[in-house]
Ligand binder design. Sequence first.
Ligand SMILES: *Cc1c(COP(=O)(O)O)cnc(C)c1O
Length: 462
Amino acid sequence: MLYISTRGQAPELTFEEAMLSGLARDGGLYVPQTIPQMSHTEIKALAGLTYEETAFRVMRPFVNESFSDEVLGDLIVNAYAHFGHGARAPLVQLAPNHFLLELFHGPTLAFKDFAMQLIGQLFQDALERRGERVTIVGATSGDTGSAAIEAFRGLDNVDVFILYPHGRVSEVQRRQMTTPSEANVHALAVDGTFDDCQARLKDMFNDFAFRDEVRLAGVNSINWARVLAQVVYYFSSAVSLGAPERKVSFTVPTGNFGDIFAGYIAKRMGLPIDRLVVATNQNDILHRCLSTGGYQTSEVHPSISPSMDIQVSSNFERALFDAYDRDGAAVAQLMAELKEGGFNVSQGALETLREHFDSGRVSEDETLAQIAASHATMGELLCPHSAIGVKVAEDLRDAATPMITLATAHPAKFPDAVENASGVRPPLPHRMADLYERSERVTRVSNDLGALEELIRERRAK
Ligand SMILES: *Cc1c(COP(=O)(O)O)cnc(C)c1O
């Protein structure tokens, strides 16, 4: 199977090529040419399998000839070996027909580990086979960067540079990025917002001379391989609640639209999903867009759920591509308008989006109240992102359909907000209890493309 760009002007690539390059050369995102289908019988056969076996069956048809069955199976096993829970993605019941999918048992305590740990394995195997070396540059609002550094630290064929907004990530997030001592890891604190970091990253990818010189590779949530790894837990959780005989719905705390887009892919593959609910914080461009059709950017307002402090949701482009019947020229036009401040989704495309997605927005006060309420009534300490999901799910769910809300981070990753809301300071899991004592290493840089490129040229291993 080949992968095509959402803007229709880039060469078609294999899975491995799309994974190694990240962003397409026409500025678009890679998507599979067709979506492989899983039959009722095939989905039913997932019941009782381990997470790794489920991952193999769900991902196999997308990965095709790039990796052999045996290699892919081994890489999946390695990827999840360092998770702190045997189920990898366990379900906890919150209320009648409402379940929490705990995605925070990986090495950096957020769901990003599911994709990043696998991508680290896939990159290492592919680059060794090809005898190549790449420079991975990522932009992060906190969790992607720590997950990427954790997945790539010490690997032979990779330098990893992570851009994060200075002063706008939590202390645990920052320390997870700045304390690894391996020489191939570089944490860069940028004077700007997450959107600035993401914009500079896109600029680097569009600077073809630089891109080729340093062999730039991206592992942001625009990387198709990351979306694919996240499709798996939609299957594993739905099947444990009775799919494919029974439909389920999902609520997903959303920023860059990567995680919820993975749920949409699961649905397109044949998993019987009723609703996919987008939950946003006060940075609510997605909620406004799904409500009104207008996708207008505004300032980012820093919140207690910083991993969702995003105004331009990169992966939404993939959903638009499908909603516009895969018309790359139409998507390119929308993205050009976005550069001028925003666009309006056509009536037809909006109706298509609404067939799959609902949305809700949660204020800062409501987030704190939900953390307190979940702790008081369910004994469950939620991180602020997960609390936003639970609040929207409680507001929008219907009693008949099981609702699965994704818990995207461990409460100990955001201890100040959680303590402020609940009076309880969540402790770090034992395996990382010394994080606050490790020494930090970080470079502060201005929000300037030239300065960033110079730094990367200088620091990467030649
Ligand atoms: C990244 C992240 C999100 C948002 O996920 P997207 O795929 O960007 O929508 C939500 N919660 C946490 C804790 C995250 O790290």
